[in-house]
Design a protein around this ligand. Structure first.
Ligand SMILES: [Zn+2]
Length: 272
């Protein structure tokens, strides 16, 4: 089944973008959760951000353990929301490069499509600058591999082929609980990644005191960087949202009071 369209909730778009913008040096990735309706339209409503086991510049991969954990999360969400949910696709970032999938991306996509024909790939290109306006740009693309390729009947020459899937961002009135959870998890994931690298340096043999001091300084600097560029702005944004929600509650309470007073001043309805 080829997809006709992908509808991504604005919540998911914000979470993916926040993840993509968290690092300028390496690609990040995650899994998309939702459901496919009878018209082959994929509706994406939640995200699982993935921790990177390999931080090289252009390398992104999903381990079987991560895929299993995401499947369990999708099942939990299905129970909470009372609607079918499963892992529908993957997303990754392209910092400083064009949004188009590389031949490795198209090949990876073909591999997932062999297991699930409705599987979809989304790429967020970030940290690009418009040459004329000098403004930061974000580009998004949604793609699948040609079905011939997923069936294994194509030569490597065709690997640059891709099928573009129309992507729609669906507005939402509030920040959903699963997406808020993912946003809050991001700094934790980044800290875990830094911690893993730092702990590995401690196991190195023959490290003199100066080298140890250097490593712990690099670790501290990385944690401060996460606090400055991810946690701080996130806390600010959530505090502002909280303040605006409180104001909205106050306005609605005031409106309700006025309507109740207006209702009380109406003459009683006479029954026939
Ligand atoms: Zn890529």
């Amino acid at each position: 089944m080829a997809l006709t369209c992908v509808c991504m909730s604005a919540n998911v778009y914000v979470v993916c973008l926040q993840h993509a913008l968290s690092t300028e040096k390496e690609e990040v990735m995650g899994l998309l959760i939702g459901e496919i309706d009878v018209d082959a339209k994929a509706k994406i409503s939640a995200v699982v951000m993935l921790r990177r086991s390999d931080k090289s510049k252009d390398r992104v991969e999903i381990s079987p353990e991560q895929l299993t954990a995401a499947t369990i999360k999708a099942e939990e969400l299905a129970r909470t929301l009372g609607q079918p949910m499963r892992v529908l696709g993957w997303y990754h970032s392209h910092p400083h490069i064009t949004v188009w999938p590389s031949h490795v991306d198209v090949q990876t996509q073909a591999m997932y499509q062999m297991m699930d024909q409705g599987f979809v790939g989304v790429i967020f290109s970030v940290f690009l600058e418009d040459k004329t306006t000098k403004e930061q740009e974000v580009q998004v693309t949604c793609f699948q591999s040609p079905s011939r390729m997923a069936e294994g009947s194509m030569t490597p020459d065709h690997y640059m082929d891709r099928v573009e899937i129309p992507l729609r961002i669906v507005t939402s009135t509030c920040l959903s609980q699963p997406c808020l959870q993912s946003m809050v998890e991001l700094p934790e994931i980044l800290v875990e990644e830094e911690d893993e690298v730092y702990q590995a340096t401690k196991r190195l043999p023959y490290l003199n005191q100066l080298a140890q001091l250097h490593n712990s300084a690099v670790y501290t600097k990385s944690l401060c960087h996460i606090a400055e560029v991810v946690e701080g702005p996130l806390l600010n944004a959530l505090e502002q949202r909280h303040a605006s929600n409180l104001k909205k509650c106050e306005d609605l309470a005031h409106e309700m009071k006025q309507l109740t007073q207006a209702l009380a001043s109406l003459p009683p309805i006479k029954s026939a």
